[in-house]
Design a protein around this ligand. Structure first.
Ligand SMILES: Cc1cc2nc3c(=O)[nH]c(=O)nc-3n(C[C@H](O)[C@H](O)[C@H](O)COP(=O)(O)O)c2cc1C
Length: 135
């Protein structure tokens, strides 16, 4: 099964999470500046949230994806106020006709003193277990 990892990160949190995904899957974690050129079975996609929204870079990236390039997406992310960035990613992915796995992972991501230190060691361990469960 071919896999790829892409993430957008403003404060390094999704990058840290993507590294865990990389360790578990054995696939390189890459930013959105690397387009998906080969068809892949599973795309792990990670994001945080600012002003209540995923970045426009992430939205634009998702709009480049097609079901023939990406069979299935698995979303992960972090945020401080809203529940999760995943529904926003899911909506855009599904609008592209891409199957989005029911399973996803979200943890707290710091916003100044709010949830300071997150994603922390325990968050990353829970992410590791989640990714393992998807393989
Ligand atoms: C300036 C700033 C604005 C933020 N705005 C929001 C927000 O509107 N809603 C929310 O749920 N989280 C918000 N957060 C929390 C981020 O989503 C969280 O830090 C996330 O882990 C960032 O991921 P990233 O570093 O991969 O971009 C904000 C954080 C900062 C520092």
């Amino acid at each position: 099964m071919t896999k790829a990892i892409r993430y957008f990160t403003k404060f390094g949190h999704s990058a840290k999470m993507a590294e865990v995904v990389s360790e578990v899957t054995g696939v390189k974690a890459e930013t959105l500046s690397s387009p998906i050129t080969e068809p892949i079975d599973v795309l792990y996609l990670g994001s945080g949230v600012m002003l209540g929204k995923i970045s426009s870079d992430m939205a634009d990236f998702i709009r480049t994806l097609t079901p023939d390039k990406v069979k299935r997406a698995i979303c992960f992310g972090s945020c401080a106020i809203i529940k999760s960035p995943v529904p926003q990613m899911r909506r855009l992915l599904e609008a592209q006709g891409i199957t989005v796995d029911e399973r996803s992972f979200t943890c707290k991501g710091s916003m100044g003193p709010l949830y300071a230190g997150h994603p922390n060691k325990q968050d990353l361990e829970e992410l590791r277990q989640f990714i393992q469960s998807t393989i």
